[in-house]
Design a protein around this ligand. Structure first.
Ligand code: FE
Length: 343
C-alpha cells in the first residue's frame, strides 16, 4: 500500500495522526522498511506459496533459508543479536518447545492469533503458535483388520495385536510427542505398560519413516500402525484404492493426538511488527487454505473445513492437551521408551 500525503493536510494533523495511531505507523514502517527473513525446516515448496501470497497482499518481501532444525536453531543462537532471522518455522510442538527453551523466541500478543488459532495449539506464553494441524492416528489393513477391533493407542498394547503392529522409531519427534501426550493423560506407570505392550507386539524393528509403516502393512508384514494422516493422504492421492484405512484413535476418551507445524518471532528480530503481520496472515483463512492444499494437513484455524480428500476421512475430536506439554514431557517420554527397549 502506498501513502500519498495531500499537501493541504496540515503538518500538525499528520503529527497528531502519527502519535495517536501506533498501528498506522507500524503498518507504514513494515510496508516501506525492508523484508522479512524466515529460517524454516519446512521445505521450499511448502512455504513459498504462503510467502508469495503474503507479499502480494502487503508488499513485504519474505526471504527464507531452509535446513535441518538443529542446525538452524544453532545458527540463530550463534548469530545472536545480529541474526537475520525474524521468524523460525518448523514442525512438531516438541521442536517448537525446544527452540523456545533455547531462548530463540520473543512473546507475541495478538488478538488475531487468539481469535484464529485454538488455545491448545499455541504456547501459553505466546512464544510460538501452531499454523497447521497434523493428526497422528491408527492405520490398518482393510484386508486383515476389522475397524471394530480398533479403539485406542493404548489398546495396540493388548495381546490381540501380538506380532501385528508396526511403529515408527522412538527417535522421531512425532513418536516422542505422542508418548508425551500419553504420559500427560495416563501418567508414567500406565504409559510404561503401554509402551512395553507395543514393543512386545511389534512385527518388525521400528520403521524409519511413516511411509515405511504403510508399506510394511501393505506387504503383509503387519496389520496395524500409527502414522500422520498426510502421509496416507499422499499415498491415497496416488492410489485411491489402496488397501489401507485410517481409524480415529481415542474418540471415546482423550481425542486423537494432534501436532502442529508452527512458528515464532525470534528474540532479536529487527522487524517485530512485520513478523507479527506474517504470523497473523498465516493464521488467516486465505493462508490456511494454502496450507491444506499443499500438504493435506488440517487447518489450525477452526474457521475452515478440511479439503475434499481429507474431509472424506470423516470428522474427529482432537486431543485438546496444550501442545507445550509435548515438549515438557519429552525427556520423560524418551527415557521411558529407552527403558522399555522401544528403539
Ligand atoms: Fe512428516
Amino acid at each position: 500500500m502506498e501513502y500519498k500525503v495531500n499537501k493541504k493536510v496540515s503538518i500538525l494533523s499528520i503529527l497528531v495522526i502519527a502519535i495517536l495511531s501506533t498501528s498506522f505507523s507500524a503498518a507504514v514502517l513494515a510496508a516501506t522498511d525492508g523484508s522479512l527473513t524466515v529460517y524454516s525446516t519446512r521445505k521450499e515448496h511448502l512455504i513459498k506459496p504462503l510467502f508469495d501470497a503474503f507479499t502480494k497482499k502487503t508488499g513485504i518481501e519474505v526471504k527464507y533459508l531452509t535446513g535441518n532444525g538443529g542446525a538452524l536453531i544453532e545458527r540463530i543462537k550463534l548469530e545472536g543479536k545480529r541474526t537475520k532471522a525474524d521468524m523460525f518455522m518448523t514442525v512438531d510442538a516438541g521442536n517448537l518447545w525446544y527452540a523456545a527453551s533455547q531462548n530463540l523466541f520473543q512473546p507475541v500478543e495478538s488478538e488475531v492469533l487468539i481469535n484464529n488459532i485454538p488455545v491448545h495449539l499455541r504456547d501459553p506464553e505466546g512464544l510460538w503458535t501452531g499454523l497447521s494441524v497434523r493428526a497422528r492416528t491408527i492405520i490398518y489393513s482393510t484386508d486383515r483388520v476389522n475397524a471394530e477391533e480398533l479403539s485406542t493407542y493404548q489398546d495396540l498394547a493388548s495381546n490381540k495385536w501380538k506380532g501385528r503392529l508396526c511403529l515408527r522409531t522412538s527417535k522421531k519427534v512425532y513418536t516422542k510427542s505422542l508418548v508425551a501426550s500419553l504420559i500427560h493423560h495416563d501418567g508414567q506407570k500406565a504409559t510404561t505398560e503401554v509402551v512395553k505392550g507395543w514393543v512386545d507386539n511389534l512385527a518388525a524393528t521400528p520403521n524409519a519413516e511413516d511411509t515405511h509403516v504403510m508399506s510394511a502393512i501393505l506387504a503383509g508384514q503387519c496389520d496395524v500402525g500409527i502414522v500422520n494422516t498426510y502421509y496416507f493422504g499422499r499415498l491415497q492421492a496416488e492410489k485411491p484404492n489402496v488397501a489401507l484405512k485410517l481409524f480415529w484413535a481415542n474418540q471415546g476418551s482423550t481425542g486423537t493426538h494432534v501436532n502442529i507445524s508452527g512458528a515464532g518471532v525470534t528474540k532479536y528480530s529487527s522487524n517485530k511488527e512485520g513478523s507479527i503481520r506474517l504470523l497473523e496472515f498465516l493464521s488467516s483463512i486465505e493462508a490456511q487454505k494454502i496450507y491444506v492444499k499443499l500438504n493435506k494437513e488440517y487447518p489450525a484455524s477452526q474457521k475452515l473445513k478440511a479439503d475434499n480428500l481429507i474431509a472424506q476421512w470423516g470428522d474427529f475430536n482432537q486431543d485438546k492437551m496444550n501442545l507445550s506439554v509435548a515438549g515438557k514431557n519429552q525427556a520423560e517420554a524418551v527415557a521411558l521408551m529407552q527403558r522399555e527397549g522401544y528403539r
